[in-house]
Design a protein around this ligand. Structure first.
Ligand code: A3P
Length: 311
């Protein structure tokens, strides 16, 4: 079936050119030895693990009651996923606490990280655990589906917006850069060894996963008036969470009482979120995917725009 999908994939998957490959290997760990690709006319950047996953996502069967949260990485995705899930599921805190967010909300291209190719660096056991965590598109059993993706719209199924509700969360690229830098230092899979300024340079050269950032965001921005697209900013949510909750609820056709609002905002407040084992990605540590002595996934949650400190 995968082969069939590959035949039906209209976008070019090109191996990264040698100069760029050498540059990435300067800063990222050996775990990525199997190399990189760029997809489509905008040259979206991935590890080769995406090669089989991308066509199966592009051609996946959509269901009208799928709910998607999409973003460039580090834009507050996890936070929005929990918000969306709780509003959509009528504030079922019992399930939200019992079942980790990664199991309630499928990371649709996550299986690119457990492909045999891109994970030579890990033991088979870790790879299998990762594979169980991030299932490929055709293996999501639970309905209705909640799906997270960092892919731009052009790499998602062409009928996505005509079929499903999609929330895009965007954030100031300068804060994304800082957050992504810590993220790529944190994860063994990435094993970033450079400094922040070098990271910024990699980001603007589109040599970090899922870049180019601006194209990724722009593709959703262009669809912001589509009735099935809700385009949100991390900064708005941080400054006024209840307004963001109201927008999400309206979008999903739900109502929120004052009492429900107050409990939800408390649940989503940074300090509580950070302690919440269902969402805080401690699982990376458990699976031995994190390096030692690194910042936690729910790190600072601030608007800093540190650009002036980088240079
Ligand atoms: P920082 O690293 O700047 O702190 P993603 O989920 O897309 O990977 O985004 C992660 C970023 O969202 C991190 O940013 C994280 O701290 C922030 N974040 C997560 N939960 C949050 C919350 N409840 N409130 C504010 N920011 C949050």
């Amino acid at each position: 079936e995968t082969n069939e999908n590959i035949h039906q994939y209209p976008l070019d998957i090109k191996v990264l050119n040698p100069d760029e490959t050498a540059e990435v290997f300067k800063y990222f760990s050996e775990s990525l030895q199997d190399g990189f690709v760029r997809i489509g006319p905008k040259g979206y950047f991935f590890t080769t693990g995406i090669n089989e996953v991308a066509p199966s996502i592009y051609n996946m069967e959509l269901k009208p009651d799928d709910t998607w949260v999409i973003s460039f990485p580090k834009s507050g995705t996890t936070w929005m996923q929990e918000l969306v899930w709780l509003v959509a599921n009528d504030f079922d805190y019992a399930t939200a606490e019992a079942v980790p967010l990664v199991a309630r909300f499928n990371f649709i291209e996550g299986s690119m990280f457990s492909s045999k190719k891109s994970l030579r660096y890990y033991s088979d056991e870790t790879r299998e655990q990762l594979a169980a965590l991030f299932k490929p598109p055709d293996h999501i059993a639970k309905l209705p589906r909640f799906i997270k993706s960092h892919l731009p719209l052009s790499l998602l199924p062409p009928t996505l917006l005509d079929t499903c509700k999609v929330v895009h969360i965007a954030r100031d690229p300068r804060d994304i850069a800082v957050s992504y830098y810590h993220h790529d230092k944190r994860l063994k899979l990435m094993g970033y060894t450079g400094d922040l300024k070098q990271y910024w340079n990699m980001l603007i050269k589109n040599l970090v996963l899922f870049s180019p950032l601006f194209d990724n965001v722009k593709e959703s921005w262009e669809k912001r008036n589509h009735p099935n697209m809700l385009f949100l900013f991390y900064e708005d949510a941080l400054k006024d969470l209840p307004s963001t909750v109201k927008r999400v609820a309206k979008f999903l056709g739900k109502t929120v009482t004052e009492e429900q609002m107050s409990r939800l905002c408390d649940h989503l407040a940074f300090d509580n979120f950070k302690k919440n084992k269902s969402v805080n990605m401690e699982i990376f540590k458990k699976l031995n995917l994190s390096c030692k002595d690194v910042s936690p996934f729910i790190r600072k949650g601030e608007i800093k725009s540190l650009i002036f400190n980088i240079f």
